[in-house]
Write a protein that binds this ligand. Structure first.
Ligand code: NAD
Ligand code: ZN
Length: 337
């Protein structure tokens, strides 16, 4: 029996759980079909499969899951296990937070992004009319499962890079040694990912979630790279060539550190190190003048802006980040050229 299965078994026993519902996407359940079978003799276990992909973070899938829980006569004692990437953590967490006004759940993340980000922090949700995460709740899992890095061995390379973008973000926020360790990676493979890095990312996220559980102020530093990153996601989506969130964040970290160096917040060498690391793993695009204008327009639409200035996370060096650094839009054009 794997460490994860025995860990879950122990935790479920301690909580006197009788019925376990595993929610997984079709890809993960095909790759790991019998993963939780060992639990079945002790707990009545039911698997609910959802189509893989972001489109399943929908009210239609949430309704289907609510219905299946009802049909299986699940009461408030049911325990939900979200087995998959961030999509499943968000959808399953939302269903758990709302079914019978909330039932217990836990996330077992299988992507790098879910391990270091989506499975942690208690935010869940679904998308609505192309607006991401617009319906959702704050609801903490019962406990956190240890991360099993062997899941990363089956992850497509682009999904590994997707999570790695967020990992670079945490490394910029942490003590300089973490960032230096990432700088020596050549071509990224699952075997490069160190368990200690995952632990660091999770503990950084925990620290900010604890300080600001409802995402009102301090937690905004977790949005480092995201002001530019979201603008890039919007631009590429509009052009019909969508970019993965984590890749957009990695590029966003490059542009934002460049901006911070230009306005004198952080040393130029720091921006150059971020640029080198990002360029090693991601393709940095070139933009037309029209695209630069649209990128700045997208950044101006961010809800955290005030009085026409664009709000960024302030970066003063590796390990030196703080919320709220507002910048005149005109100063942002240069970073994309
Ligand atoms: N709640 C939060 O705090 C939070 C934070 C960050 C991201 N998110 C959300 O997370 C989602 C993105 O997460 P994601 O990148 O994990 O996407 P995902 O869950 O869609 O997974 C990406 C792809 O990888 C496949 N997959 C998952 N595990 C695999 C494995 N071990 N081997 C092979 N394939 C596997 C999935 O089937 C899917 O096709 C978005 O919806 C985002 O909004 C939430
Ligand atoms: Zn992100």
């Amino acid at each position: 029996m794997s460490v994860l299965v025995s860990e879950l078994q122990q935790q479920l026993r301690e909580r006197s759980v009788r019925k376990l519902v595993v929610i997984a996407d079709a890809t993960v359940s095909a790759l790991y079909p019998h993963y939780w079978d060992a639990l079945s003799p002790e707990f009545s276990t039911m698997l609910i499969e959802v189509p893989a992909g972001e489109a399943s973070k929908s009210i239609a899938q949430a309704e289907r899951l609510w219905r299946q829980l009802l049909d299986a006569q699940c009461d408030r004692q049911v325990f939900i296990l979200n087995f998959g990437g961030g999509m499943i953590c968000d959808l399953g967490g939302f269903v758990a937070a709302t079914y019978k006004r909330g039932v217990r759940f836990v996330n077992c993340p299988t992507t790098l992004l879910a391990m270091i980000d989506a499975a942690v922090g208690g935010k869940n949700g679904i998308n609505m009319q192309h607006v991401k995460n617009c319906i959702g709740a704050f609801s903490q899992p019962e406990f956190e499962m240890p991360c099993d890095l062997s899941f990363l061995l089956t992850l497509p390379e682009e999904e590994l890079l997707n999570g790695f973008g967020e990992m670079i973000k945490y490394a910029i926020m942490d003590a300089p040694s973490f960032f230096s360790e990432l700088e020596v990676i050549g071509h990224l493979t699952p075997k490069d990912i160190q368990p200690g890095w995952i632990d660091k990312c999770i503990s950084i996220k925990h620290e900010f979630v604890k300080r600001d559980p409802y995402d009102r102020h301090d937690r905004h530093v977790l949005n480092l790279g995201h002001t530019c990153g979201h603008a890039l996601e919007s631009l590429f989506a509009e052009e019909g060539r969508p970019v993965a969130h984590g890749e957009a964040v990695a590029l966003g970290l490059f542009y934002e550190s460049r901006l911070m160096a230009q306005i004198g917040n952080c040393p130029k060498e720091v921006a150059e190190r971020v640029e080198r690391l990002v360029r090693r793993h991601y393709c940095v695009p070139t933009f037309t003048e029209d695209e630069v204008r649209r990128l700045v327009d997208f950044m101006q639409q961010d809800k955290k802006n005030e009085r026409g200035r664009i709000n960024f996370v302030k970066l003063c060096g590796i390990g030196q980040v703080s919320p709220d650094c507002s910048v005149e839009p005109d100063l942002c054009n240069g970073i994309f050229r």
